[in-house]
Ligand binder design. Structure first.
Ligand code: ZN
Length: 331
């Protein structure tokens, strides 16, 4: 009954926006202890903390009384609320409107699931193109010059969009309706009409994931010189640049453990740092740091580090991010 009352994507988004430690931290003083946070259990009397909060898993657990659950369970129990009331309370705090169950909403859920499948299929095509010695040779040589070898390509799922206007379109045509490919941001439909064509052409492709590790879009880079240097998927229902950080889902486990996170300027910087053993690096997607992105950083570490380029543009970007962070500071 619970699962039917609210769509899964809404509950996911809600839990991710409110944050488990932030929700529990209002009632329980939490102290970091390795990969988790600890405090005195609010559900039974104790003098030494046996109540743990695991932000990565999204669950709390008490080794004293066995209390266990996610952010919604915590609010239900701590505030003595029903499931729906707890969800409404959290949604109110997060400023999220409550979805009303309807056939339209159900259809949206199905559509989003379909978009993930389309993107995964495209990512496979891009990877195959890079591995293809005839087509991907130039891209491979470029990556090699930038110090990204087989290990980086594998680990970050890097691909190649071959030149030509309909390579991806043809590869996926039999498997998905054209409209889905447009919706996923993979095909461009010309404004004045005419046939759709591939958005990504002759470029190195970087898959971009949401904080939960689901593929939501692509970033790309031109090989060698030319403009624009970087392109992204267009804004879609899944891909909202200002709410995403590149490699966040990869950096999160290590960042939570170490209490450190480093935001750098670009995909290549992130990959270089991860390969060099600094696995807490993330990057915004080619835009100034937004409030949502700062909130994501703070979810991983109390004092995020911004490490931008040492040029004038980098200094300006860092100053802008600091100014944006000031009003968000809390006690
Ligand atoms: Zn307990």
């Amino acid at each position: 009954e619970h699962a039917l009352a609210f769509p899964p994507s809404f509950l996911d988004e809600l839990k991710s926006r409110v944050g488990l430690a932030a929700t529990i931290g209002r009632r329980v003083r939490l102290v970091r202890a390795g990969t988790v946070m600890k405090g005195l259990c609010p559900f039974h009397q104790e003098k030494t903390p046996s109540f743990t909060v695991d932000e990565r898993r999204g669950t709390f657990h008490c080794f004293g009384c066995g209390a266990h659950g996610n952010a919604i369970d915590f609010v239900m129990r701590a505030e003595n609320l029903g499931f729906r009331e707890a969800v409404e309370r959290l949604a109110g705090e997060a400023g999220m409107p409550i979805p009303v169950e309807s056939p339209a909403l159900r259809a949206r859920e199905d559509r989003l699931a379909g978009l993930h499948a389309v993107l995964e299929a495209a990512a496979d095509c891009f990877r195959d193109s890079l591995a293809d010695r005839r087509g991907g040779e130039e891209a491979l040589a470029y990556l090699d010059r930038r110090g990204l070898g087989a290990q980086a390509i594998e680990r970050f799922g890097i691909g190649f969009a071959p030149p030509g206007r309909t390579r991806l379109k043809e590869a996926l045509a039999g498997r998905f309706p054209e409209e889905k490919l447009v919706e996923a941001g993979l095909l461009v439909r010309p404004e004045g009409g005419g046939a759709t064509y591939d958005r990504f052409r002759g470029r190195v492709i970087f898959p971009i994931h949401d904080p939960r590790g689901r593929l939501v879009g692509f970033g790309d880079r031109i090989i060698g010189e030319g403009e624009p240097k970087y392109l992204n998927s267009p804004e879609t229902e899944l891909f909202q640049k200002g709410r995403l950080l590149y490699a966040y889902h990869r950096a999160a486990p290590t960042a939570r453990r170490s209490g450190e996170v480093v935001a750098v300027e670009g995909y290549m910087d992130v990959i270089a740092l991860h390969l060099a053993g600094i696995e807490t690096a993330v990057a915004p997607l080619g835009t100034a740091m937004t409030e949502q992105q700062l909130a994501l950083l703070w979810r991983l570490a109390p004092e995020p580090i911004l490490c931008f380029d040492g040029d004038a543009a980098g200094a300006r970007a860092a100053a802008r991010a600091a100014e944006r962070a000031l009003p968000l500071l809390k006690a």
